[in-house]
Ligand binder design. Structure first.
Ligand code: SF4
Ligand code: SF4
Length: 356
């Protein structure tokens, strides 16, 4: 995976829609330095262990589901031609991979058997469909400038983009005139999105099942690349207003939620009252301590003495806590530090505390 700092954060099509929704571009996450992966072991460190991601996969231990409208790229066309998980709604994970993924949390960032088919090893590892990656990939970062506030925003944006992808993919199927029998298969209700109760031998061997493929594609059979191209051509010129008109109420609702999360991200106010959160000290030394609050991939380094002031945040008004620290310890705690501690959930509003 590779991000280029000066490029828009989101794929161009999504950036255009989200700019229209939010009124401005979403910010970068500069500490997620994908070119020189922030989660891989620094030079000279021990081999990748539980602490680090493997440079051979980074965070791409995920077979990306793609809607039917990303434009052609070599890895995409290879995947379409392979026929596994190729449906009129888009490219889905194979049934066997779905099982692996469901039970493979420990392999995140490390297991090469789970690596995305669009991951290219060249150039230190990059995404082969960067400008067309899906909403999940576009919104995932290992580190967030605003900690949990940033994570919450990106998760709301991910949910919105996933709903947009689902609705536009269904719209494309209708627009492209898939025949009714095939549509019956494509839109059949399933208890689990991906699937069947038992894996077939084709599933286990990672091969396409010709009978199932025929049923899925109907009169479009054999013209899958053309189908995806036609979908991309229909979606590419859509404005955000068009997307809202075509999509259902879930997209409208998630758009509202994403806007609110964006406003919180921009506001950055200091909570009126704070108390200590449930954080972990992962290392300590002369230079301070490293703590993990809202996410294991995003620890926070604190200067010596910061831990000492935390007990003063006991739910009383934040201004009072700061005054007491100044009087009793002679330490002036900067506003920015308090906000950072709150963003990383080292300090939390008392209402979020789950224990007495
Ligand atoms: S783990 Fe972080 S820095 Fe590395 S590729 Fe993924 S998002 Fe980028
Ligand atoms: S689509 Fe790209 S960013 Fe997403 S998992 Fe695959 S290689 Fe990584």
């Amino acid at each position: 995976m590779k991000r280029i700092e000066t490029a828009p954060v989101l794929p161009p099509l999504y950036a255009r829609w989200m700019d229209a929704l939010l009124g401005e571009s979403v910010p970068h996450e500069p500490r997620a330095t994908c070119d020189d992966c922030a989660m891989c072991a620094p030079a000279g460190a021990a081999e990748p262990s539980t602490l680090y991601f493997s440079p051979r996969v980074k965070c791409c231990t995920y077979h990306a589901r793609l809607p039917n409208f990303p434009a052609g790229r070599a890895t995409l066309e290879r995947r379409i031609d392979g026929g596994v998980g190729v449906t009129p709604l888009g490219l889905v994970q194979s049934a066997a991979y779905g099982l692996l993924y469901e039970h493979g949390a420990a392999g995140f960032g490390r297991a090469e058997s789970m690596r995305c088919p669009h991951y290219l090893e060249e150039g230190g590892g990059r995404c082969g469909i960067w400008r067309h990656r899906n909403g999940v990939c576009a919104t995932w970062f290992c580190k967030h400038e605003r900690g949990a506030v940033g994570l919450a925003f990106w998760e709301r944006l991910r949910d919105l983009l996933m709903a947009v992808e689902a609705d536009l993919a269904a719209w494309c199927v209708l627009e492209c005139g898939l025949d009714a029998d095939a549509m019956g298969v494509v839109f059949a209700f399933r208890r689990k999105p991906e699937e069947r109760e038992l894996l077939s031998s084709a599933d286990l061997d990672g091969k396409a099942d010709p009978k199932a493929t025929r049923k899925l594609w109907g009169t479009w059979l054999g013209r899958e690349r053309e189908f995806y191209r036609e979908c991309a051509e229909r979606v590419e010129p859509l404005t955000w207003k068009d997307v809202l008109r075509i999509s259902g109420p879930v997209v409208a609702a998630r758009a509202r939620v994403a806007r609110q999360a964006f406003e919180s991200l921009l506001r950055g106010e200091r909570p009126a009252r704070l108390t200590t959160g449930a954080f972990q000290i992962v290392s300590s030394g002369h230079e301070g301590v490293r703590v993990v609050g809202y996410a294991g991939t995003d620890p926070l380094d604190l200067a010596p003495g910061v831990l000492e002031v935390l007990p003063y945040f006991d739910g009383r008004p934040t201004a009072e806590a700061l005054g007491a620290i100044r009087r009793e310890l002679g330490i002036r705690v900067e506003k920015d530090l308090v906000r950072k501690l709150a963003d990383f959930q080292i300090l939390i509003p008392p209402s979020q505390r789950s224990h007495p």
